[in-house]
Design a protein around this ligand. Structure first.
Ligand code: F6P
Length: 342
């Protein structure tokens, strides 16, 4: 059996660990043959391949990003997209696909599986917002990067008695902000799931200064004020999956706080730094196990499934389940962070 592998959507540390595990287990345990598809769904849509065997996966475990490249190409926007993919798979002798990606990439995989394409999905995103799995690889690395940034920014905030606002990624889920905020000891954590009151934020800032310390705020890029003014965008337009480009809430908050409290404020946007560099040990472990089980599922012909972490076990769930509603921060988990506000 010949298997195509693709990585779609935002890149993140751990992708290469999945590729390595899928290919190593596929070749040595199941006798499968592999080909790499380039740049997400653009690869199968345009027939862009690259050789992919055990040799091509040596030494990539600890490398960030993806050796296959990625994109946000949505083949379902092309009326002939599904037919073109099926034609290319047949022409290239590819019997099955392993799609590694987030809600968008796996949403396409779900549709293709429904239309008879043999697909196995592996969940990926730093946002950790896929409901079918307890954690996604990429998330732990992003939280570690954000937490280290918060630790470092605390020193300058304390030295200059300034408000430091740290904007983190996560799109419409506040998991990176919540975990890094708790780990970094942030004095305020703002997430998209809980619209914030700027007056309450300023009161917490003042109370922090009254304690003789400077406040550190962690704000998720998708956080919104309660006044209904909506999300802060860094550009107009949307990508091929309809996503807006978030960014700027951190600076907007810093300016508001400075104007209302008279305290100096600075903002820092961590942006794509959270997606760069080598994966943590946890992400390497999780990504490797997901890849091993994906190879098993392909060998068994168990298509239309997504690998998922449940507790410490890797299980298979229907792709449609894995890419359903986003997994969002619950009020109960947000309340835990609130204990440390102010
Ligand atoms: O989905 C991962 C993610 O990093 C989000 O947290 C972020 O909003 C988005 O991708 C950024 O997309 P791009 O890299 O296309 O700008």
């Amino acid at each position: 059996m010949r298997v195509g592998v693709l990585t779609g959507g935002g890149d993140c540390p751990g992708l290469n660990a999945v590729i390595r595990a899928v290919v190593r287990a596929g070749v040595t345990t199941h006798g499968l043959d592999f080909v790499g598809y380039r740049d997400g769904w653009r690869g199968p849509l345009e027939g862009l391949t690259t050789p992919l065997g055990v040799e091509q996966t040596r030494g990539i475990l600890a490398r960030g990003g993806t050796v296959l490249g990625s994109s946000r190409t949505n083949p379902l926007k092309d009326e002939h997209g599904v037919a073109r993919i099926k034609e290319n798979l047949a022409a290239q002798g590819v019997d099955a696909l392993v799609a590694i990606g987030g809600e968008d990439t796996l949403g396409v995989a779900t549709r293709l599986a429904d239309l008879g394409v043999n697909v196995v999905g592996v969940p990926k995103t730093i946002d950790n917002d896929l409901s079918g799995t307890d954690f996604t690889f990429g998330f732990d690395t992003a939280v570690g990067i954000a937490t280290e940034a918060i630790d470092r920014l605390r020193t300058t905030a304390e030295s200059h008695h300034r408000v430091l606002v740290v904007e983190v990624m996560g799109r419409h889920a506040g998991w990176i902000a919540l975990h890094s905020g708790i780990a970094g000891g942030a004095n305020i954590v703002l997430v998209p799931e809980q619209p914030f009151d700027i007056d309450e934020v300023c009161a917490l800032v003042r109370s922090r200064f009254e304690s003789g310390h400077a406040p550190i705020l962690v704000v998720s890029e998708g956080a919104v004020p309660r006044d209904g003014s909506g999300m802060t965008l860094q550009a107009s337009g949307t990508d091929e999956f309809g996503h807006v480009r978030l960014g700027g809430i951190g600076e907007r908050l810093a300016q508001e706080i400075e104007q209302r409290t008279g305290e100096e404020a600075r903002s820092v946007v961590l942006g794509h730094v959270q997606r760069g560099g080598t994966p943590t040990a946890f992400d390497r472990w999780l990504a490797t196990r997901l890849g091993l089980h994906a190879a098993d599922a392909v060998a068994e012909g168990d298509f239309g499934t997504m690998m998922a972490l449940r507790g410490k076990d890797i299980v298979r769930v229907p792709l449609s389940e894995g890419t359903g509603a986003l997994k969002l921060v619950s009020p109960e988990e947000y309340a835990e962070a609130r204990v440390f506000f102010g």
